[in-house]
Write a protein that binds this ligand. Sequence first.
Ligand code: ADP
Length: 475
Amino acid sequence: MIKGRMYVNGEWTGDSLDTIDVLNPATGEQVGTIPNGGKEEARAAIEAAHQAFPEWAALTALERANYLMKWHDLILENKDEIAEILTKEMGKPLAEAKGEIVYSASFISWFAEEGKRVYGRTVPASSPNKRIHVQKQPVGVVASITPWNFPAGMITRKMAPALAAGCTFVAKPAELTPLTAIKLVELCEEAGFPKGVVNLVMGDAKAIGEEMTSNENVRKLTFTGSTAVGKLLMKQSAERMLNVSLELGGHAPMIICDDADLDKAVDGVIASKFRNAGQTCVCGNRIFVQEAIVDAFLAKLKEKTQTLKVGNGLEEGVHIGPLIEKKGYDKVKKHVEDAVEKGAKVIIGGEGAEEGNAYFYQPTILTNISDDMLVMNEETFGPVAPIQTFKTDEEVIAKANNTRYGLAAYFFTENYSRGMKLSEKLEYGIVGWNDGVPAVAQAPFGGMKESGLGREGGQEGMEAFLETKFLSIGL
Ligand code: ADP
């Protein structure tokens, strides 16, 4: 049992508050508790970050990078312990959890270096007696709200560039998975970050979100989660023109062309669709296969999917863990039932298992899919692969883009000019061409349309935490 605390101004706090239980989604057992913080705690954390900002911003990029690299090294040294906590509170298989820890650390090392390259520029002036400089400065205090599906990765992807840029930080992890975040912040303390630079609050998400958006000392809000909550936070932020980055829902199409390498396509679909039990915003949600190859593709996909074992992620050989909670499980069940009622054929799976407070769902492949089914219109967030066929590229592009989301899209073809044309026409922020798992620290990740605003990772991920100042000098 882990007794979690909040971290405000270099102190572990929250003992006097009510607690929230953290449960293991694979067993329903309690793995820890956290304090039920709210407005006041958020305000104290923002104040601490505000006080710490000038000194942190005044350090050189190299000094900040040194702190970040200490944190990075400690995370990797403690990888196994953090991964176990992550699996216990979130459910993903241990091997995936370890992968997530390495992925999380990669943002820290990459942005520690990128912080050294926050260049301004000089611009030719219009008059001989003037000089124009463009300077980059940290935005200030950053407030972050992150989801449960990547309890470590979503935090470092925001915190590493913010800290590298010279910002101070208040993190609010998801209440379902706060223990990984607590461990990461313990390692920040061990790395020696000055007090107030990193703060952690949790509890009443609505109250904390309201404080984060209304407190004038917060200069940037960075959020990953549902489109509904993203819109709400954007509305709240509009009141004082708060700078926001939003990484929201997706409804990713995966297009398998008749000239695809079928093994690559099947591996890509399995990696994208069944990783994290299908609980990722970039996971393939609608699979379009060109008519001529559908039988061959389905046979291979079925064969590989049959080998995936569902169970407790701590057990050896498990590929698919539980769904995070009943609400998510009910949604997956509803999507499959709705599809079957409307004529879908279950090729494999199609069933869940409720074990006490734990909810598992078999990897599922569905065919005979029509456009009116829920699976074709909403993010399922579960291990369900609906397969539709298509005839022409024009037709499949129109279907792929026929959604209010625009986060990730994938296609599989060995034909270069066909691939270039497909990639140019897809209205998505991330496009995987023969690649089911494109996200890396050095590339900009984020969505178009209602999938969000801004990018994380890459140069754009640093830019999100910088202000641009135009300095005009008269000589
Ligand atoms: P999910 O469906 O992934 O749980 P949410 O958008 O509900 O997505 O949650 C993502 C994050 O947003 C979590 O940290 C959650 O606590 C937080 N959250 C939920 N509702 C609000 C709100 N009204 N204001 C601020 N944060 C919220």
